[in-house]
Ligand binder design. Structure first.
Ligand SMILES: Cc1cc2nc3c(=O)[nH]c(=O)nc-3n(C[C@H](O)[C@H](O)[C@H](O)COP(=O)(O)OP(=O)(O)OC[C@H]3O[C@@H](n4cnc5c(N)ncnc54)[C@H](O)[C@@H]3O)c2cc1C
Length: 298
C-alpha cells in the first residue's frame, strides 16, 4: 500500500524545522522514526500534505541523565535509551518498559518522544511518563512550553500538540530513595501491543512503611490510566499493605474496550492481576533499595 502524495521537508536545524512547521501549520506532521506514522499513511488513515522529517536535526538525539531525572531528546531511539546505563541507573523503569516495546528492529528506529507524541493508550512509554509525573517540552517558532504528562495525553492518538509545535524532549523523573518500580504486561505474542499492562511505583518512608503507591495501566481507557492506591495501602509495611485490595481498586477504575484480540471483561481481569503483581514487585524492590541505602539487608 502506498501513502497519499505529500511534500517531504528535511530541515537540518531545530530553527529550520520550526520555521517549516509554522509555515505548513495544521497540514504538517513531524516524521521521527516513522514506525507508527508511515503505516498509518500507507493505510490511508493519515494524509498530511507535508512531512517535516527531523532525522537530520542531530542536536535532538541527546539523552541526559542527572540526579533529578532523564531528559530524552526527540531523536533518541528506543534502543539508545534502552542501552543507556546512566539512564537505567537514574530511572530503572525506562529500560524495563522499553524491553516490552515492539521488536528490536522497531526499537532501533522508533523514538521515545515519537511514542509519546503518538499518544497511543496501548503503548508503554505514555504510561511510564504518566506514572512518574514526567513532562514533554514543546517548541514552536518563538517559544517553548513544558506540558505535564497529565495534560499531554488528551485522548487516543491525541497529544496536546498544537499546529506548528515540535516535541523537542521528554523528562522522566528519577527514582526517589527507598522506592521500587515494576512493569508487567500480557500480549498475545512477544513484541505485540499488550492486551493489558501495568507499571507500578512504590515508595517507603524512613520506617519502611508504604508512603506512596501508584499504578499506571495501558489499554485501560482513552489515555494512560494512573491510579493512586496510597490511601488503600499507605502507612503499612509492604508485607501487610493489602496489595490485593489495591489491585481491586485499579481493576475497577479500568475501562478497556473489546476488540478482535480480547473482550473488555478479560482485559479488566488481566489489569487487576497484573496490578497486584506489579505493586508487589515494586514494593519488594523498594525494600531492597532501602536495605541497600542503609547498608543492611531487608
Ligand atoms: C509492528 C509494530 C509493533 C509495535 N509495537 C509497539 C508496542 O508494543 N508498544 C509501543 O509502545 N509501540 C509499539 N510500536 C510503535 C513504535 O514504538 C513507534 O516507534 C512509536 O509509536 C512512534 O515512534 P516513531 O519515532 O516511529 O514516531 P513516528 O511514527 O515518526 O510518529 C508518530 C506520531 O508522532 C508524531 N511525532 C513524532 N515525533 C514527534 C515530535 N518530536 N514532535 C511532534 N510530533 C511528533 C508524528 O507526527 C506522528 O503523528 C509498534 C510499531 C510497529 C510497527
Amino acid at each position: 500500500m502506498k501513502p497519499p502524495p505529500f511534500d517531504h521537508h528535511a530541515p537540518r536545524s531545530l530553527g529550520e524545522a520550526l520555521d517549516v512547521l509554522a509555515e505548513v501549520g495544521e497540514h504538517g506532521k513531524v516524521l521521527a522514526g516513522g514506525q507508527s506514522l508511515i503505516p498509518l499513511m500507507n493505510m490511508r488513515l493519515a494524509a498530511p500534505a507535508h512531512l517535516v522529517d527531523i532525522n537530520r536535526v542531530g542536536a535532538l538525539d541527546g539523552i541526559e541523565a542527572g540526579p533529578d531525572g532523564v531528559r530524552v531528546g526527540a531523536l533518541a531511539r528506543h534502543a539508545h535509551l534502552e542501552r543507556s546505563g546512566p539512564a537505567a541507573a537514574v530511572q530503572p523503569l525506562l529500560r524495563r518498559a522499553l524491553r516490552l516495546v515492539a521488536h528490536p528492529v522497531i526499537r532501533n528506529r522508533g523514538t521515545v518522544v515519537g511514542s509519546l507524541a503518538h499518544a497511543d493508550p496501548a503503548a508503554e512509554l505514555p504510561a511510564v511518563l504518566a506514572l512518574l509525573g514526567g513532562s514533554v517540552r514543546l517548541a514552536r517558532r518563538g517559544g517553548t512550553r513544558e506540558v505535564a504528562a497529565g495534560e499531554f495525553f488528551t485522548g487516543p492518538l491525541e497529544p496536546a500538540l498544537r499546529p506548528g509545535e515540535l516535541a523537542v524532549s521528554a523528562f522522566f523523573p528519577a527514582l526517589p530513595p527507598r522506592a521500587g518500580t515494576a512493569f508487567r504486561e500480557v500480549s498475545r505474542r512477544h513484541g505485540d501491543y499488550a492486551l493489558a499492562g501495568v507499571a507500578a511505583l512504590v515508595r517507603l518512608d524512613g520506617d519502611l512503611r508504604v508512603a506512596e503507591a501508584r499504578a499506571a495501566c495501558v489499554s485501560a481507557g482513552p489515555v494512560p490510566l494512573v491510579v493512586d492506591v496510597t490511601a488503600v495501602c499507605g502507612a503499612r509495611p509492604p508485607e501487610a499493605a493489602g496489595w490485593a485490595e489495591a489491585a481491586r481498586v485499579v481493576r475497577e477504575r479500568a475501562e478497556p474496550e473489546t476488540d478482535i484480540h480480547a473482550t473488555a471483561e478479560y482485559r479488566r481481569h488481566l489489569t487487576g492481576v497484573l496490578a497486584e503483581r506489579a505493586l508487589r514487585e515494586a514494593a519488594k524492590e523498594a525494600l531492597e533499595a532501602a536495605a541497600k541505602e542503609s547498608g543492611g539487608t531487608p
